[in-house]
Design a protein around this ligand. Sequence first.
Ligand SMILES: Nc1ncnc2c1ncn2[C@@H]1O[C@H](COP(=O)(O)OP(=O)(O)OP(=O)(O)O)[C@@H](O)[C@H]1O
Ligand SMILES: [Mg+2]
Length: 376
Amino acid sequence: MNPVPPELGPNAADVAVSIEGVVKKYHDQTVLREVSLKIRRGEFLTLLGPSGCGKTTLLNLIAGFAEADSGEVFIDGRPVTSDPPHLRKIGLVFQNYALFPHMTVERNIGYGLRMQGVPTDEAARRIRDAMAMVKLDGLGHRKPRELSGGQQQRVALARALVIQPKVLLLDEPFSALDKSLRGSMQVEIREIQRRLGLTTVFVTHDQGEALAMSDRIAVMSAGVIRQIAPPAELYQSPQDPFVASFLGDVNILPAYYHGKGAGDVQLRLGSGLISLSQDRLVHASHEGERLDVYVRPEHLRLENLHPASVLSGTVVNHVFQGDHINTFVDVDLPMTARQIVTVRSPGLTAMRQWPVGSVAGLALAPEGVSVFSPQP
Ligand SMILES: Nc1ncnc2c1ncn2[C@@H]1O[C@H](COP(=O)(O)OP(=O)(O)OP(=O)(O)O)[C@@H](O)[C@H]1O
Ligand SMILES: [Mg+2]
């Protein structure tokens, strides 16, 4: 057994990769700021964040292509800083981690096995298994240029899997593929990953892809992990305004803290008061304090205007999206410049009942609301 650092706690055996207080600088730019992260054995963890936030850098630290300025990376409980990449048993599929153009598919896939000195018979069997797994049977003698983009990514995946990695790192592996191929590759990779119980770190800046594929998502911005949680929790209970607006569409409405009730808090919004469960208000506040209410389009509902309607406005447009309709409403808010909110409705009724130019009330589902202090 490998020694396990005590700070991992009692579940240390369940942790495949542990990143502890990692700082990475390039010249005078700090790219990772004391990042800590534990990746569970068999977990599919996604790093999600805008371009330049440090996702690839974090993968490079796990793979051994870059070294941290401080902090430590553990794989199976062992610090790996002094291990070169080829000793870490890590499978990599990078967007730009090109195949060797002069080698056949089989030779490309077997590359890591030859590096490890795996006997020829065993290598041949493992290459065959890996090719079957990613559905490349019959293409072993082709050169990469004779394959489609999707097939080339399958070769890259087989090459990563054939070494029986402890951890699979996928850096935007689908970014060059068209939308439908992307969708089917997502399903396939997830299926293979589950079947093998393979610890996987997946990088994307596509929020839909992250929500669809992950056990947990770590949302990053500017070298920091803002929140790490399962997709539904991240979507429903963002702890941070960046997370709330990066993941899914959100309307941001100005509100004012009113006071506490029994187990809930009240905010002044539009022309009335709304009550929210205590846990929706991230920062407790003093009366009259300006706050921002974050509400997703599907948590707003059009209704006939009545005296108790907190929010109301004029319908400015309906956009048919197939499975739902987005309605844009110019809301009436006291002391605020013109603001358009998006309301998502499941059927066509909204379009007929509130035609463009009509006035509608807006009801909001309190469980779909998050509240943060206004961002500078
Ligand atoms: N080898 C390097 N030398 C200098 N700066 C680097 C190097 N690699 C990355 N950086 C810088 O570090 C920051 C983070 O880069 P990184 O590649 O990790 O971002 P990313 O989140 O993967 O972005 P993207 O989504 O565009 O791939 C960027 O500002 C980048 O310019
Ligand atoms: Mg990157």
